[in-house]
Write a protein that binds this ligand. Structure first.
Ligand SMILES: Cc1cc2nc3c(=O)[nH]c(=O)nc-3n(C[C@H](O)[C@H](O)[C@H](O)COP(=O)(O)OP(=O)(O)OC[C@H]3O[C@@H](n4cnc5c(N)ncnc54)[C@H](O)[C@@H]3O)c2cc1C
Length: 379
């Protein structure tokens, strides 16, 4: 049995010094941002804010200097991320690139694509979207139908991607395509390509979510041609590479810190003399403290170069449970008294509509539990 051990994380003193620096930066940078806007958390995006973070050296923090990175520790990066999320900073523009696209390029195209693209990410100038899901392939990515054919001029891509978050604002997509036949191994024949979003043949159509926001899209690819060297890693290795990418995607503190504004509003509105408030909010805060220890444990695993896939699946699954319970709790505690239009009411409204997606995006609850069960040799 592989077993599961997540050592509680401890932060060294340099992290606490950095935390003070980040808090001072946020107090200034977010001074004019109303509380109701902070509820969007990492779904909110502001390229100007991203550039300010880049100037501070807080994008590509752990990456090698040869790509423009800052060679700081994973734990220092963790502190920056958790402070950004706790404050509801609009970090969405660079989030995907910093979390997974940059690391993927450095690992699988270290000499060709990474030297060209990664410095742009570090400067806060290149935003990425994830081209995995398709209309009939979400959890079962092995069944994707978007196809790329090697021609003398480059890779010719045809197909359709869906639920592509921020494709309308991204400079690049990392697209999962079929380049060969499946054969007996249904995971064979997949590859990843770098797709500049201004390439002819790409059409991005908005899909408005139940909040009324335009966040994700349908992206159709009609005879889209990219150069041969836009292949990331090896042809046919897409399945293994996507596994690596998803481990990055699931390992961060955003998987339990998406709804911090609602928690802060509830704490603000709580009546210290009401035992119902004390018990219910005390329990949530205890859950947060536990999630934080587990999440820091995952950051520690990344720092030690260990594979955090199993632990990250557990943190994401449990984090979604904690966050999805919060809107009901808020309605139970404050539903009768909340003032219409107040920051608490706006946070309740937003989080009630946003929370169902927390156990879908980045892998559904059932898929994560399958990974956990497999990792524990339970299936
Ligand atoms: C807010 C948001 C943002 C997203 N952004 C992106 C993005 O940027 N890029 C991108 O590529 N995708 C994105 N997605 C898509 C997301 O990854 C998929 O929705 C998710 O993987 C599920 O795929 P699906 O919607 O096709 O559902 P399906 O895979 O059809 O699943 C439907 C239901 O069946 C269950 N199920 C499926 N297979 C199994 C199984 N083997 N065992 C048990 N139960 C199973 C699922 O858990 C789910 O409950 C986003 C989704 C959301 C909600």
């Amino acid at each position: 049995m592989q077993g599961l051990r997540i050592s509680p994380g401890l932060l060294p003193p340099e992290c606490e010094r950095l935390r003070a620096e980040v808090r001072a930066f946020l107090a200034d940078a977010l001074a004019e941002v109303p509380r109701a806007q902070r509820v969007r958390n990492w779904s909110g995006s502001d390229p100007e804010f991203t550039r300010k973070m880049a100037q501070r050296g807080w994008i590509g923090m752990t990456w090698p200097r040869r790509y423009g990175g800052h060679e700081r520790s994973s734990l220092e990066r963790y502190v920056v991320l958790e402070e950004m999320l706790a404050a509801g900073a609009p970090v969405g523009a660079h989030w995907v690139a910093d979390r997974q696209s940059g690391p993927l390029l450095m690992r699988f195209s270290p000499d060709v694509l990474a030297p060209r693209i990664v410095p742009q990410i570090v400067r806060g100038e290149a935003f990425f979207c994830i081209g995995m899901s398709e209309p009939d392939s979400g959890s079962d990515l092995a069944s994707i139908r978007t196809r790329a054919v090697r021609t003398s001029d480059g890779w010719l891509i045809n197909g359709r991607k869906v639920w592509t978050s921020r494709a309308h604002r991204a400079h690049y997509m990392i697209v999962l395509v079929r380049t060969g036949e499946r054969g007996e191994d249904r995971h064979a024949g997949l590859s990843q390509l770098l797709l500049p979003m201004q390439t002819p043949g790409i059409t991005v159509r908005p899909i408005v979510n139940q909040l009324g926001d335009h966040d994700f899209n349908e992206v159709t690819l009609d005879d889209v041609l990219v150069p041969h060297d836009h292949l990331i890693g090896a042809e046919g290795e897409g399945w293994r590479q996507v596994g690596t990418e998803l481990a990055f995607e699931r390992s961060g503190p955003e998987r339990y810190l998406s709804s911090t504004q609602l928690l802060l509003e509830m704490l603000d509105a709580a009546d210290a003399d009401d035992p119902r408030h004390a018990v219910a909010l005390g329990r949530v805060v205890a859950h947060y403290a536990t999630m934080r220890q587990m999440s820091l444990g995952v950051a520690g695993m990344l720092a030690r170069g260990e594979n955090p896939a199993l632990a990250a699946a557990l943190v994401k699954d449990q984090g979604a449970l904690v966050e999805q319970a919060m809107p009901d709790l808020a309605h139970d505690l404050f539903g009768d008294t909340v003032e219409p239009g107040s920051p608490l009411e706006q946070a309740m409204r937003y989080t009630t509509l946003a929370a169902p997606s927390f156990s879908l995006r980045g892998g559904t609850r059932e898929i994560l539990r399958g990974i956990i069960a497999k990792g524990l040799d339970l299936r």
